[in-house]
Design a protein around this ligand. Structure first.
Ligand SMILES: Cc1cc2nc3c(=O)[nH]c(=O)nc-3n(C[C@H](O)[C@H](O)[C@H](O)COP(=O)(O)O)c2cc1C
Length: 357
């Protein structure tokens, strides 16, 4: 347990402890895809985490896939996010924005009028997505990005990073997992391009590498992290050789000197993503998925992790770090209110209080 409580620097990010709040989409954004007062309270209450990674946030109107997710492309969004970072910094915390461009995972029902659904190749994902307007619908069939449009998307990431800097964030995380746009470029099943952003393994890596370079040009690479989950089939993903793809990706990322690599356990039992990260990535590694405090501590002491991130444990335990320090029990969360509007299941979970004697 003590290993989790020691401070650590991830690049230029100075963490008070190694218990990180993992990114979680909670679908509470208000009209204009703006985080509201509840988000200020929610994140502010969790500032004792060594680092907070925000919910996935779209860099542009086209990058939005789900309903009620926040953006980082309008002046109103920057102002709203500034109140969030002020609350977290006011409580001594550190916070990075996760940029999530959903690519083909989306529905026009969830997007602004005129916003497009874009992907490396025009392949519709199997499956359905929830919309407020009409309930679950099939994913849009995406338009294939032209070469200039690929470069325009990378420029949107850079513009969003500049906005994040104005909003007071300490850094940026590129969401390259869970079947969203960067993973759609990485994976052989969704990237059928014949140009320099596909065709070969190094072609499939190029979008992610250029995004990281663009984000680093804004924040400095020591404030940029990348999140991956090799071999994850979620959102209808398929890669013929995930081990080969991610080994090559991590080796290509090494010279860029990132703040951290955020690795989610692979659901493929034959693929040990943590071992892969240890072998191929030289910088600080954050491990995630299914850790409790004891196994998280072991991952740091002997597993090659610099820190461990927790998602579900933070939902009902805003004071997860204090509970860890004191050995207090953890509260359970309610699945029914994960993605619903309002305070219930979002800011309604109390801090631990000792029973009166
Ligand atoms: C409600 C919910 C929303 C999530 N949203 C995101 C997200 O926006 N971005 C992301 O990278 N992962 C997201 N995840 C995945 C988590 O960050 C994490 O990888 C996963 O829950 C496993 O970690 P845990 O065992 O500590 O919960 C989400 C998970 C949950 C439960």
């Amino acid at each position: 347990m003590q290993a989790l409580l020691r401070p650590v620097d991830l690049g230029a990010l100075r963490l008070r402890n190694r218990i990180i709040m993992a990114p979680m989409t909670r679908n509470r954004a208000l009209a204009g895809d703006v985080p509201g007062a509840l988000a200020v309270e929610y994140y502010g209450a969790r500032a004792s985490a060594g680092l907070i990674v925000t919910e996935g946030t779209q860099p542009s109107v086209h990058g939005k896939g789900y309903c009620r997710t926040p953006g980082m492309h309008s002046a109103a969004q920057v102002e709203a996010w500034r109140t969030v970072t002020e609350a977290v910094h006011g409580n001594g915390g550190c916070m990075v924005l996760q940029l999530m461009h959903c690519g083909r995972i989306g529905s026009y029902h969830n997007k602004d009028p005129g916003a497009r659904t874009l992907a490396p190749s025009a392949l519709r994902a199997a499956g359905k997505i929830f919309t407020d307007e009409v309930g679950p619908v099939e994913f849009d069939t995406p338009e294939e990005l032209t070469l200039p449009e690929v470069q325009a998307v990378i420029a949107e990431y850079a513009a969003a990073a500049r906005q994040a800097q104005r909003a007071g964030f300490d850094g940026i995380e590129l969401h390259a997992a869970s079947g969203y746009l960067p993973m759609q470029f990485l994976s052989s099943g969704t990237n059928l391009r014949r140009d320099t952003y596909g065709a070969t393994l190094s072609g499939r890596l190029r979008f992610v590498i250029e995004c990281v370079e663009a984000l680093s040009a804004v924040f400095g690479s020591e404030r940029v992290g990348v999140r991956i989950c090799p071999g994850n089939p979620f959102n209808d993903m398929h890669d013929a050789q995930p081990l080969e793809t991610y080994a090559a990706l991590l080796r290509a990322l090494n010279p860029l000197r990132l703040a951290y690599l955020h690795v989610i356990r692979s659901p493929d039992p034959a693929l040990d993503a943590f071992a892969l990260a240890r072998e191929c990535f030289d910088g600080a590694r954050i491990f995630n998925d299914g850790f409790d405090l004891a196994s998280g501590s072991d991952a740091i002491s002997s597993g090659g992790a610099a820190a461990v991130s927790y998602a579900r444990a933070f939902i009902a335990n805003p004071d997860l770090v204090e509970r860890a320090v004191n050995g207090w029990p953890l509260a359970a969360f309610d699945r029914k209110t994960l993605y619903t509007r309002g305070a219930a299941g979002y800011t309604s979970y109390p801090r631990y209080t000792l029973a009166p004697r």
